[in-house]
Design a binder for this molecule. Structure first.
Ligand code: MD3
Ligand code: FE
Length: 208
C-alpha cells in the first residue's frame, strides 16, 4: 500500500524462515566489539531504543567508520547480501520500472532493538548524502509506526501498524518525511521467531 508518494508498505514480505535468518544475523551483529549500544543525544538524553550499525556508524548527527561515541572499535562490515536484499525490496515496493535513478550500493544498516516501553520520537533522517530510498524491515513485536509530513513535526500524520516480516520503503518525496515509533505491543511477536521485543533493520546508501 502506498501511504504517501514513495512510501510503500508491503506486509509480510519476509516469510518466517527469512525472518529467522535475519534475526540470527542481527544477534551476531549485536555482539561486541562495535555491538549493540545506547545512543546518547548531544543534549544529554538517552534513546530508549538500542542500536547496532553496519558499514557506517551513525551517531547524532553524522556517520563515522568507528564507534566514535562508544567502544571506539571499527564498525562491522556491511555484507553484500544486504545490498541485494535492499535492491529486491525497492524493486518490490516501487517496481523495476519506476524510473528511479540507479543508486550506489547500499552500504549502511541501522539495527534498532525495542524492548517493552521503548519508543522513537518523530525525526527526519537527513545525515545521508544520497537520495536512495531507505528500506525498513521489521521483526518481532508489532508497533505503531507514525508517518508524518515533510514540513513540520506536527500533524498531519498517518499511523500504520508494522508486524514481523513487514517491509517499508521510503523514497522520493517521503525520504525526508518526519517519522517515529510511538509504541510497541509487547508479547505480539510470532512465537516461533523466539524474539522478545521488536527489531527494525534499516538499509541505506550513505553517499559517503
Ligand atoms: C522514513 N527507525 O532508524 S523504520 C530510524 O522502526 C528509524 O526503528 C524506525 O526511524 C524503527 O531512523 C522507523 C521506518 C523508517 C526508517 C527510516 C526512514 C522510515 C523512514 C527514513 C526516511 C523516511
Ligand atoms: Fe528514522
Amino acid at each position: 500500500a502506498e501511504v504517501a508518494p514513495g512510501a510503500v508498505h508491503v506486509p509480510g514480505w519476509l516469510d518466517p524462515p527469512a525472518q529467522r535468518r535475519l534475526l540470527a544475523a542481527c544477534r551476531e551483529w549485536a555482539r561486541p566489539p562495535a555491538g549493540l549500544r545506547t545512543v546518547r543525544m548531544p543534549r544529554g538524553g538517552e534513546m530508549s531504543v538500542r542500536t547496532v550499525c553496519l558499514g557506517w556508524h551513525w551517531y547524532p548527527y553524522g556517520y563515522a567508520r568507528t564507534v566514535v561515541d562508544g567502544d571506539g572499535a571499527p564498525v562491522k562490515p556491511f555484507p553484500g547480501w544486504l545490498d541485494a536484499l535492499a535492491r529486491d525490496a525497492v524493486a518490490r515496493a516501487h517496481g523495476t520500472d519506476a524510473g528511479e535513478e540507479p543508486y550506489a550500493p547500499y552500504d549502511t544498516a541501522l539495527v534498532n532493538f525495542y524492548e517493552a516501553g521503548a519508543r522513537m520520537g518523530l525525526h527526519r533522517d537527513s545525515d545521508e548524502k544520497s537520495a536512495a530510498p531507505v528500506v525498513s524491515l521489521s521483526l518481532g513485536d508489532t508497533c505503531v509506526f507514525r508517518f508524518g509530513n515533510t514540513r513540520t513535526r506536527t500533524r498531519p500524520w498517518t499511523d500504520v501498524e508494522l508486524r514481523s516480516g513487514d517491509l517499508f520503503v521510503f523514497g522520493g518525496p517521503s525520504r525526508l518525511a518526519y517519522h517515529g515509533v510511538p509504541r510497541t505491543f509487547p508479547g505480539t511477536a510470532p512465537a516461533e521467531l523466539g524474539l522478545t521485543g521488536r527489531l527494525n533493520v534499516t538499509l541505506r546508501v550513505s553517499g559517503l
